[in-house]
Design a protein around this ligand. Structure first.
Ligand code: SF4
Length: 265
């Protein structure tokens, strides 16, 4: 049974949500120059939906992928396919080779299992540093965060102006069923790992399939609960950064006007 068979169930207000998402992306493309806004894609189900909307409306928004060097072969194959088919430019950011080599020499290839600190160090080298380069000079970025994904994401707004850089979460109020309904309806290419019970896909050593009833993100860094009493199931990409002046940014954020007319449900 495929992920589409299992999950594709549109919610009652799916059409309104899709219209809202599309309007947000169209407005982002109008308000920002292509150099100022970008979509961060892990090539997961939510991200392929957003990229598909960007491409089908020919929006002037680039897309970037962090190729950490530890992705699944299925994800790498999808990345090749996506780069070949996307109208929007796709940029791939890789970690600094020297940093990876030094870290692996010092701590071992699978150091992430030894402690949360080493896992975070690996994420720092393979994800956070490349993310910094990908977002350099950007005023806004687009993510596939949804409120339903975890308790930590339950309050994700459609437009987040609380950080120095405006973050757009156009699928914030979509259900998992909505995501798969869109993929099915539009025949969007997706990662086959989703058919093998991987709802959330990251690096190969840090992602596993989940069982029925398990939390959506329980397949990420699952061993940490035993290491040090649990963790937030986040690699840092979507953890709020307290530094910077979010309130000043809020005043300038061009898409923040959507908040007044389109409050998230
Ligand atoms: S998810 Fe795992 S392999 Fe990937 S960067 Fe983080 S610790 Fe390293």
């Amino acid at each position: 049974m495929s992920a589409i068979d299992l999950h594709a169930r549109a919610s009652k207000d799916y059409a309104a949500k899709l219209a809202e998402t599309t309007a947000l992306l169209v407005k982002a493309a109008a308000d920002y120059s292509p150099a100022e806004v970008t979509q961060a894609s892990s090539l997961g189900a939510e991200d392929v939906v957003i990229s598909h909307i960007i491409n089908s409306h020919a929006l002037d928004i680039g897309i970037f992928v962090l190729e950490t060097g530890r992705l699944h072969p299925e994800t790498l194959a999808l990345l090749d396919q996506f780069k070949a088919s996307s109208l929007a430019p796709v940029s791939v950011y890789t970690p600094v080779n020297e940093s990876v080599v030094q870290f692996v020499d010092r701590e071992g290839k699978d150091a992430m299992y030894k402690s949360i600190a080493l896992r975070k160090a690996c994420c720092g080298i393979r994800k956070m540093e490349p993310l910094g380069r990908a977002l350099d000079g950007k005023k806004g970025w687009i993510s596939g965060l949804r409120r339903e994904q975890s308790g930590a994401r339950a309050d994700v707004p459609l437009v987040d102006v609380s950080e120095p850089r405006t973050k757009l979460n156009p699928l914030a109020n979509w259900t998992w069923g909505d995501v798969w309904h869109y993929i099915a309806e539009n025949k969007v290419a997706y990662n086959p790992l989703h058919d093998a019970f991987f709802p959330s896909i990251g690096c190969e050593p840090c992602t596993r399939a989940i069982s029925l009833g398990e939390d959506f993100r329980s397949g990420r860094w699952w061993w940490e609960a035993e290491l040090e009493g649990g963790a937030a199931k986040e690699c840092g990409l979507h953890v709020k950064h307290e530094e910077g002046n979010g309130s000043e940014e809020a005043a300038d954020a061009p898409v923040s006007s959507l908040l007044s007319s389109r409050a998230p449900a």
